[in-house]
Design a protein around this ligand. Sequence first.
Ligand code: GLA
Ligand code: ZN
Length: 677
Amino acid sequence: MTLPNNTKIAYGGDYNPEQWPQEVWARDYELFDLAGIDTVTLGVFDWALNQPALDRYDFDLLDRIVARAGAEGRQICLATGTGALPPWLAKLHPEVNRTDFEGRRHRYGQRHNACPSSPVFQRLSAELARRVARRYAGSEAVIAWHIGNEYGGACYCELCGAAFRDWLKKRYASLERLNEAWYTTFWSHRFTDWDEIEPPSALTEHWRGPDHTAFQGITLDYRRFMSEAMLANFIAEKEAIRESSPDLPITTNFMGMYQPIDYHRWAEHLDFASWDNYPPDDTSQARMALTHDLMRGLKGGQPFWVMEQTPSTTACRDVNPLKRPGVLGLWSWQSVAHGADAVLYFQMRASKGASEKYHGAVIGHGGRSDTRVFTETARLGEQFARLGGASLGARTPARTALIFDWDSWWALEMSDGPSRLLRYGQTMITVYSALWELGVDVDVVPVTADLDGYDVVVAPLLHMVKGDLAQRLEAVAARGGSVVTTLLSGRVDEDDNAFLADVPGPLAPLLGVRVDEWDAREADVVNPVRLGTSDDSVVSDSRLVFELVIPQGAEVVGVYEQDFYAGTPAVTRNTFGEGEGWYIGAMLDKPGLSWVIREVLKRHDIETRYADVPDLESAERVTPDGTRLLFLLNHRAEALEVEAQHSGTDLLTGTHVEKGERIRFEPCGVKVLRRTP
Ligand code: GLA
Ligand code: ZN
C-alpha cells in the first residue's frame, strides 16, 4: 500500500469546524472553493469530543463534519484523534499522564501528553481508532488515516521503567551482555538484577539535561526504547484501523529532523510519510530541502505529504515572523520539487482561542477572501490545478546519497568529548548545502539503505558504524564510486563503545588514514585549511574539532595552516578499488566543503545546475512515464535573470524555454520545466 489515490497535488489542511458554529461552515466551503482547496484533515484533537466519558462515545458532531466535507466534494484525511488526552481519562487513571525527566508526575494538561507504556492509554487509544475507522471507513471521501499527532517527547514513569526492562531483556537476553554493552564495570555500575535498572533521568545518570549522561549506553537504549514505545502505540492504532479499513493508506505527521524519534525505524510501518514543515527562520531554504529529502528517504524515495505548514506565521515561538509575499507559494513548490504529492496547511481557519489564536491560517478570524494570505493561497491553488497530476508519483533521480542516522546523532550529541559544540543537525545542513547550492539531487538515506545506485555517498559524522555498513561503503568505492566522510566517524559500535582499533575503526581501510589525536576548541577558534595543490589551492576556515590525520596510504589534499599541527593533513583522499574514500578531518566551513564536493563530483558525470547562481534552487523529478520535471525556484525577494541551462516547457505558463536563452524569474518565482528529451 502506498500513497492515497489522487489526480492532482492534494491541497488543503487541518480543518477544525468543531471549534466554531455550524453557520460558519458554509462560508468555509465557499472560501475553499475560491482557493482550490480539495483536501481537509479532520479530527486531530477530537478525543474528548468523541468520547466524553469512559463508557460513552458520541460521534454526532464528527458525523456531521465528515458528511459535510464529503457532500462538498472534499477528500478527507481522517485523524484518530488521539493526539491529546481527554481530562476525564487523566483524572480517572492518573498513570496515563507522563512523568518528566525530573521525575515529576504530571497532572492533566497540554497535549502529546500520554505515557506510551500505560496499558489504559494503549487500550483506549486503539479503541478510539477502531471506532473511528469502523464508522468512517465506508465514507468515500476518506482517502487516508492520520494516527495521533507529532509523536515525541518522553516519559520516565514506573510503567515506562518496567517496559524498558522488558525491552532490555529482549535486546540483551542476559544481564551479562547488558553489562558489557553499557560498560558498567566503569564507576561500579554492574547490574545484578534487572529490577535495579531505572529510566536514565535527572534523578539517575543525568546532569544538565537529557544530553549529559554518565552512561551513554543506558541513555542511548532509553532513546531507542522510547521511540519504539511510541511506535508500538502507533502500530496498535494502525492494527485497530485495519480491522475495518484494509485498504486505505495510513500515516502520522513527522517533524523532519526531530531528534527524539528514530523515523527510520518507524518508516516501514507507515504506508506513506508525511511531515510538518515549520522552519525556525526564513533563511532555512537548504534546511527545508534537506528535510524534504530526509522525509522522502523514509519510504525509499516514494513521494510524501507535507501534512502541515503555516500559510503565514507560527505562534509557538517567542518571536513569530511573517512569511514574506510569495514565500507561501515558493516554499510549497520547494516541497513539491523535493517529492511532496500533497501540500497542506495548518490551518484552514484560525482558532478563536487558546494558544494558537495567533497562528496563521488560510482564513482569518474575519473570514475574508481579500487578504494577502488568502489571495496567495488561492493563486497556488490555481497553479496546482493547472499542473494537475503531472508530478504525482514522480521520483528524484539522485545519484548522490547523504547518510543520516539517528543512532549517530544521539551518540554524538550525548558524548562527553570531544566537543558539545559540534551539532549533528547543523553539520548535516552545512554539508547538504554544499551539494544543494551546486544544484545536485540528493537522496537522504538511512545506514541500512541499498547504496548500489549511488555514485557518491556522503556520510558526515558517521560516529557509529553498525552491521555491515563499512563493507557496503567499501563496495561503493570498489566499483568506482566516491565515499566522503568526516571527523568523528567510525568511532563507536552499536553499543556506543569504542572500537579497539585505530580511528576510524572499520572505516580505516576505505579511508587510508589513522587519527591518534584531536583538538576541540571554542567556536571562535579558526584554523585555515589549504585545499588543493599549491598553484591551484583554496583556503577555507575550519573550526570546532581538528583531527590530526595520519595518512596510511591516502593522498593529502588539505593541510592545516596554524597551530602546532600546521602543515599536517586535514583532508585526504584514498584510492580504493576503482573509486575513492575521502576523509575531512576538521569541520570545514562551507567554502571548504564546497571545494571538496566539487572535486568529488568531477570524477562522476553528475549534473550540476545553476551552480554559480546563488538563491536559484533546482530539483528534478522523473514521472512514472519517464518525463523529467525540472523545478526552478528563485529564493530571492527580487527578480532574477539567468541563461537557461535546459530546454523545456514551463508547465505553469505553457511557455517554451530554449537552452541558452535569458529567462526571468519574478521575486520568489517558480518554473516547472518539462524537459525536452
Ligand atoms: C503542529 C501541530 C499542530 C499545530 C501546529 C502549529 O505542527 O501538529 O496541531 O499545533 O504545530 O504550528
Ligand atoms: Zn511512562
